[in-house]
Design a protein. Sequence first.
Lengths: 109, 196
Amino acid sequence: MTVLSWTAPAPTPTWYLILGAVLFGIGAVGVLIRRNPLVLFMCIELMLNAVNITFVAMSTKLGNIDGQTAVFFVLVVAAAEVVVGLGIIVSILRRRPGATADDLSELKG
Amino acid sequence: MELVVFVVASAMVIGGALGVIFRRHPVHAALSLVLTLFGVAVHFVAQEAHFLAAVQVIVYAGAIVVLFLFVIMLLGVDTADNLKIDPLRIQRPLAAIVGVAIVALMITAIISDRDVGPLQPGEGLDTAQVEVVGDDDGLRVTDTSDANIKQLSRNLFGTHVFAFEFTSVLLVVAVAGTVVLTRRDRRPKESEGAAS
């Protein structure tokens, strides 16, 4: 009498890498199709999170802690970038309220 | 069990990401971003990166998204008519093609190279949660549940201490620069000329 048993497969680092790739693609599509500057910025944060997932997955796969240190630095730089980017968006939208990414296509203030 | 955690956390990540790019109201998009960030934090815990999960929740979901919401409330950004019209008619289909192409390219590279080893030996990643210490009493095993923090801090403050100090300079520069960038130009009015 044969007994069928199925053990659930454990997630390998490759699964996390594919998840990071899909999240990065979603963020890239968001940057291309959204016109509100704040939501555009949020899609950039999605791409940064995809890179963080990739770094931690590679850290697990290669047995090296350097990937997690890289995530730490990416987090710090992302925080600094959000501060400066939102400052720029605030100063631009204060001058031209209701501007979208299409209206901001020229560098003049 | 790990499969269940992976599927649920991935559903949170992908669902939140789709919410960010498809919701019209910016506040709804910000809340979807919080869902994505929590899903990513769960993935970090599942891979034994506990410190990064905590920092991710505190910094990303707790500070950066709050900053986004502050700016949305400050500017009173209306619901942009995003999903109806587009100046370039070909932009949406082209964006979809480019997105699919990017994801397909990366998945191909991932799957074809999944058995490649490391290029050079590096500092080991110890997920055993126990530490063997040797002192005058001989070798004994101590249970350290913060092995991840210890390893990460040893690497961060040892090998990469210069970059760490540099990021502190970066944060100060970013904050000071933003304060200068967003100052309003205040000129004294004519009636207050006696004060200057």
